[in-house]
Design a protein around this ligand. Structure first.
Ligand code: M6R
Length: 600
């Protein structure tokens, strides 16, 4: 996720460049691949570099900025165009009258870009953001003042944005937001804006959260917020009580909890511009002209493999032959793939060595390859024919949480596209998932379950159909962060061996939704363990009578099997998180594990 910062200081204020660089370093946790600043005292000076902040700092002619008091800065997490100096923010209009930084995705950027190009504008980058300074520039040409030109540009944007702009020769920073975070800071000697409080908490703990659709005008002595109609609002100033040390986690104890809570936002980003409710079509232009109904082979590891299993079933249910391989077990000499095959590598990081090897083997036999990944410009993105980005934003905690939900969502859309399926019902169900996850986050009783069972000998997870990969993922999360034995099973397999393990000390988590055949059969398996005195926790939507046989219930909203798998998994993430919390484990960095596994 990109990070933005802006500062406008009084004469007594701090040096803007120092404030911006400090702020950007506090936003590093969001993940980034390039960074830049624009200082705006008598002319606009833009400096930006691909790579780490240190690369930007090294490139800055410091003495030139000494004493500047106005500027904006940015850390870029690529979405449109690879990491590069040119694609880094800030972006300017052709004559550098305005510089702009942006976090979010401008959905209608292509049509805006086409219009601007037709009017003679030459673009310097591949980004969606660059349309904004050019739109502002066009309005300035037409005689609008800075604020009117800024508002006119924002009015033309569709999608998500937190945007800040500085103009040549003024002491003002303008900002606007829609569905991307933006917080303002109020200090005696200046005003701040940023994607997140840590960026300026060193300078002030007085903040105003800008609401969707609002605009802000920051000057050294004044901060004015207006609504979409230009009416001045009366915002409340809040005092942040965080220790600066904790601020990178936005007040959460752990990145994992923060990332679990970010899932509604992550999924909205994943769906943005890709679901057409009118036609029921999924629009994935990034897949080019992949012909539908071609047999699909997935390769992936760990959590991503569970997502690949989910994707396999989605395709099979739509009549498309599909199989999933653990990437470490994939061997192109043994698996019948050839130039007609479609091989999909599912990898959050895009760098996992086993998955990359499998993708390279598939490339070497001439198969068409697709990466489903979170990281723009990653090895997987570069070495495959097409890329479907899951847009989850950076995940810091070693345990994958929001990226799994986003993989499930992306693979559901991929399966619809590859089977050439239109379904308004599916589009409606997917659109509802972010709110359903929010309702789970707001009301989950997972913490009580963790308080009751954190001393267990082992944990078992069962599910059928789409809930089978969720059972495996629930167990993986539990074992990796609690260091307690946990296993997931296809519910029907229980009586073929694992049943010997269940006891009063081994809670069984059963994912049961709907009231169909699969639910009925899983309830049969629940009865088998309940009869042996084993505690049962049902993750359920209340459509079946599984509650009669369960000791505890974790509720999820009623929806389809596909959508409820995404939502039910959140309850299991929370159980694992709170259990690890009870046990005092190192939640974000579990022992022996790394976020990105770059060795085979
Ligand atoms: O980056 P990848 O998705 O390729 O990583 C694969 C696995 O290492 C990863 O999913 C791992 O299982 C999770 N971090 C566990 O939570």
């Amino acid at each position: 996720m990109c990070g933005i910062i802006g500062y406008v200081g009084t004469d007594r204020g701090d040096d803007a460049l120092e404030v911006l660089l400090d702020g950007l370093s506090q936003l590093e946790y969001r993940g980034y691949d390039s960074a830049g600043v624009a200082l705006a005292d008598g002319g606009i000076d833009v400096h930006k570099r691909e790579g780490e902040l240190a690369a930007l700092e090294a490139a800055l002619p410091r003495e030139r900025f000494d004493g500047d008091s106005i500027g904006i800065g940015h850390t870029r997490w690529s979405t449109h165009g690879p990491p590069s100096d040119a694609n880094a923010h800030p972006h300017t209009d052709a004559t550098e009258r305005v510089a702009v930084v942006h976090n979010g995705i401008i959905e209608n950027y292509q049509s805006l870009r086409d219009d601007l190009a037709a009017a003679g504008i030459t673009f310097q980058s591949d980004t969606d953001t660059e349309v904004v300074p050019h739109l502002i520039g066009r309005s300035l040409d037409e005689g609008l003042d800075h604020e009117a030109a800024f508002r006119a540009a924002i009015d033309r944007l569709e999608g998500s944005y937190a945007i800040a702009a500085v103009f040549d020769g003024t002491e003002t920073v303008y900002a606007a937001r829609h569905e991307s975070p933006l917080v303002l800071g109020v200090a005696d000697d200046g005003h701040f804006l940023a994607s997140d409080v840590p960026a300026f908490i060193e300078y002030t703990d007085q903040v105003i959260y800008l609401a969707d659709g609002e605009f802000a005008r920051l000057t050294p002595d004044d901060l004015v917020i207006t609504d979409a109609n230009g009416q001045v609002t009366d915002p409340s100033v809040e005092t942040i009580a965080w220790d600066p040390e904790d601020a990178g986690k936005s007040g959460y104890d752990h990145y994992m909890r923060k990332e679990i809570n970010e899932q509604p936002t992550a999924l909205r980003e994943c769906f943005r511009g890709r679901l057409d409710e009118l036609t029921g079509r999924v629009e994935l232009p990034e897949l080019g002209d992949l012909e539908p109904r071609r047999p699909v082979t997935f390769v992936a590891c760990g959590t991503s493999y569970h997502a690949a299993m989910f994707g396999t079933r989605l395709l099979q249910d739509r009549g498309v032959p599909a199989q999933a391989f653990l990437a470490s077990e994939f061997d192109a000499d043994r698996v019948p793939i050839d130039a007609e095959s479609l091989v999909v590598g599912v990898t959050q990081s895009g760098e996992t060595a086993d998955t990359m090897r499998a993708i390279r083997e598939a490339n070497s036999v001439g198969a068409t390859t697709v990466a489903v990944t979170n990281v723009v410009g990653s090895s997987a993105a570069r070495e495959t024919d097409d890329v479907l980005y899951i847009r989850a934003g950076p995940e810091i905690s070693v345990a994958a949480t929001k990226t799994f939900a986003s993989q499930q969502a992306a693979l559901t859309m991929l399966a619809a596209a590859l089977s050439d399926q239109r379904s308004r019902a599916l589009v409606r169900e997917l659109r509802a998932v972010p709110d359903q996850i929010q309702s789970v986050l707001d009301a989950s009783r997972a913490r009580e379950i963790a308080e009751t069972y954190h001393g267990a000998e082992a944990y078992f997870f069962i599910g059928r159909g789409y809930h089978y990969p969720v059972a495996l993922e629930g167990a993986l999360k539990m074992k990796e962060i609690t260091y307690t034995h946990a296993e997931g099973f296809a519910a029907g397999e229980l009586k073929h061996g694992p049943l010997a393990l269940v006891s009063e000390e081994t809670p069984v988590f059963a994912v049961v939704t709907g009231d169909g055949k699969l639910a009925e059969k899983t309830i049969g398996n629940v009865k088998e363990v309940e009869a042996r005195g084993t505690p049962v926790v049902a993750v359920t939507d209340g459509q079946s009578d599984v509650e009669r046989y369960a000791d505890h219930v974790l509720e999820v909203p009623a929806t389809s099997a596909v959508a409820s798998s995404i939502v039910a998994n959140v309850q299991l993430q929370l159980v694992a998180y709170w259990t690890a919390h009870e046990l005092g484990r190192s939640i974000d960095k579990p022992r022996n594990l790394a976020k990105s596994v770059t060795v085979e």
